[in-house]
Every structure is written in C-alpha cells, then in structure tokens.
Design a protein around this ligand. Structure first.
Ligand SMILES: Cc1cc2nc3c(=O)[nH]c(=O)nc-3n(C[C@H](O)[C@H](O)[C@H](O)COP(=O)(O)OP(=O)(O)OC[C@H]3O[C@@H](n4cnc5c(N)ncnc54)[C@H](O)[C@@H]3O)c2cc1C
Length: 295
C-alpha cells in the first residue's frame, strides 16, 4: 500500500502532523522508536492544559486520540533509511520491512550529548536541566548552577539568575572577559573557576578538583545535540548550524530542501519544546496535505 505520508518519529511533532492528515482522511503511517527526548523528566511544563503532567502521559493521550482515526497506521520500530522512489519514498525498517509513502515527515528529534562528568547522566531531567522555562520555577529560587560547556555558557549564566542565586562553573576553560565579568556581577552571579570533577548527592552536589563541595538545588547546562536518526543526513536535506548542534533547514511551511520531505519539532529548529513541536507538526501536516493536492 502506498501511504499518503509516512511520519518518521511519533512523538509530539510527528503526532501533531499525523493528526492534521488523519482529519483530512489521508492514509498515514507513523513509525516510532519510542525514545522521546524528555523521557528522563518526571514532569513536563509549559504546554497549555497539560502543565506539570508526566511527559509520557501527554504522549500516550495524543497517541490514543490519533489511533481512533481509521486511516492511521502505527508501527513501533526504527526507520533505518529512506530513499526517493518513482511515486514518492520508500522507508526501510531496521530488522526488516519496507513501506511506501508519497510524502515524508521527519519528526525524529535530537539526542543530547552530555559532558563526560560522573553523576550528570543519572540526574538529567531530575536536578540537572537544559531549559529554565521547563524546570526553573519548581526550583523555588534556590541555589542554582550553570556548567559552562559550549558556546552558549555566557547567555545561560546571564539568564538563570531569574530563577535563583547562580554560580557559574567555568571548568577552568571558559574564561569570562572583563566585560562579561561585570555583566555577570551585575546579575549577582558567582564565578567558580575550579574544575568540577563529579556531581553527586540527592540534588546536585558539585565536587571540585581541590576537594571543596558546593551544594545546588539545580544545575543547568547546554549540551551538544545530534540528530536522533541518520535518515536526516541520508536524505541529503540542507542543514543549519544551531548553538547546540545542526538542525534541518525548512521553509515557512516546514518543507525541507528535498522535494516531498517535510520536517518538524526539535530536528528542525535551533531549540525546541513540546509546544513548539506540536505547532511545527500541525503546520507540517497541513502543508503535506495541501502539497498532495496542489503539488
Ligand atoms: C530532560 C528534558 C526535559 C524537558 N522538559 C520539557 C518541558 O518540561 N517542557 C517542554 O515543553 N519541553 C521539554 N523538553 C524538550 C522536549 O522534550 C522536546 O522539545 C520535545 O520532545 C520535541 O518533540 P519532537 O517530537 O520534536 O521530538 P522527540 O520528543 O524527541 O521525539 C522524537 C521521536 O522520534 C523517534 N525516532 C527517532 N528516530 C527514529 C527513526 N529512525 N525511526 C523511528 N522513530 C524515530 C524517537 O524515538 C522519538 O520517539 C525537555 C527536554 C529534556 C531533554
């Protein structure tokens, strides 16, 4: 069977795209590997009507509603590759299986690559965070830290004091210049130049190389990201460089540089959220539908 669209990635972005197509009674196949980016967090914040709910519950509710539409097919699996074919695209599943679609939507998200520091990974989404709009409020204006990682450390160190007293951990690598030091001082940011060698404790106890420890209620950092699927690069979509990592270039209607391929969610923007992924997905879904009519 040739589907009208194949959506690769069935999380917030992909399901929002699928919903628009389902409501136009189009045949949609969603293939999802089940590794949402926020699966480490107990609560999701900032998405209207679902603020504070478990991220898995939001996704499961969306999936239940989507699967009530008879033209939607769902496969739990991973797309290994996608190639152009005469009538659209063929996607090959890892472990076998091949499916055809007239259009493709890439909603595959990104994967966070955390610095190699003992204790960070276990605390990711619990007391170590990326986004203050998602997790800052619940820290009750407590003791916060920013671990300087990539190019974005100064921006984050200036931003986080909105949510509590902030210490910037430079790791002895990211040295603020005189102007940056003055700006950070004006925001009340303390600067710790001694490298952090581990994070432990119930929240985020920062263990420093010289033996000192600094207790925090929450630590923020900006990790590098990579595409969660090699399908993106395999299709040859034009990419853009974001502050965290590459993302797929799209036009105003979420079409990529490859005709017939659309993209939405974190894979197609510099920084994302559930709300933005849903908005992008809805836009991509209607754009795919109209491209089936108008070309
Ligand atoms: C710790 C943490 C906490 C967060 N908290 C919040 C919050 O409170 N509020 C908020 O708005 N945002 C939050 N975010 C951001 C939010 O998780 C993302 O913006 C959102 O998940 C993006 O949705 P998406 O649909 O683009 O991608 P994702 O949710 O990452 O989903 C991509 C899907 O595609 C699948 N996939 C990938 N490759 C393939 C393939 N080849 N074949 C099949 N399936 C594939 C994946 O398995 C996954 O299910 C948080 C992020 C993190 C890391």
């Amino acid at each position: 069977m040739l589907h009208d669209a194949i959506i690769i990635g069935g999380s917030y972005g992909g399901m929002a795209a699928a919903l628009q197509l389902a409501r136009a009674r189009r045949q949609v196949l969603v293939v999802d590997a089940g590794h949402r980016r926020n699966r480490f967090a107990k609560h999701s914040h900032g998405f209207l009507t679902r603020d504070g709910e478990p991220p898995g519950a939001i996704a499961e509710c969306a999936r239940e509603q989507l699967l009530k539409y008879p033209t939607v097919t769902w496969i739990e699996g991973t797309v290994g590759s996608a190639v152009a074919a005469e009538d659209g695209f063929q996607v090959l599943l890892e472990g076998g299986g091949q499916h055809g679609g007239r259009r493709l939507v890439l909603a595959t998200g990104v994967t966070d690559e955390l610095p190699d520091l003992p204790g960070l990974r276990e605390r990711w989404g619990a007391s170590v965070f990326l986004c203050p709009y998602c997790d800052g409020y619940e820290l009750e204006r407590g003791r916060l830290g920013v671990l300087a990682t990539g190019a974005f450390w100064f921006h984050q160190a200036m931003l986080i004091p909105e949510w509590g007293h902030t210490t910037l951990f430079t790791q002895g690598i990211h040295h603020p210049d005189a102007e940056q030091r003055a700006a950070l001082a004006a925001r009340g940011v303390s600067i710790e130049e001694m490298p952090v060698i581990a994070v432990d404790g119930a929240r985020a106890m920062m263990r420093l190389e010289d033996g000192r420890s600094i207790p925090l209620d929450g630590l923020f950092l900006v990790p590098r990201t990579r595409f969660s699927s090699a399908v993106v690069e395999g299709l040859g979509c034009v990419l853009e460089d974001g502050p965290m990592g590459p993302f797929i270039w799209t036009d105003a209607r979420r079409g990529t540089s490859v005709p017939g391929v659309f993209a939405c969610g974190d894979a197609a923007r510099a920084a994302g959220s559930v709300s933005l992924a849903v908005g992008d997905g809805a836009l991509a879904g209607t754009a795919v539908h109209q491209s089936l009519i108008f070309g």
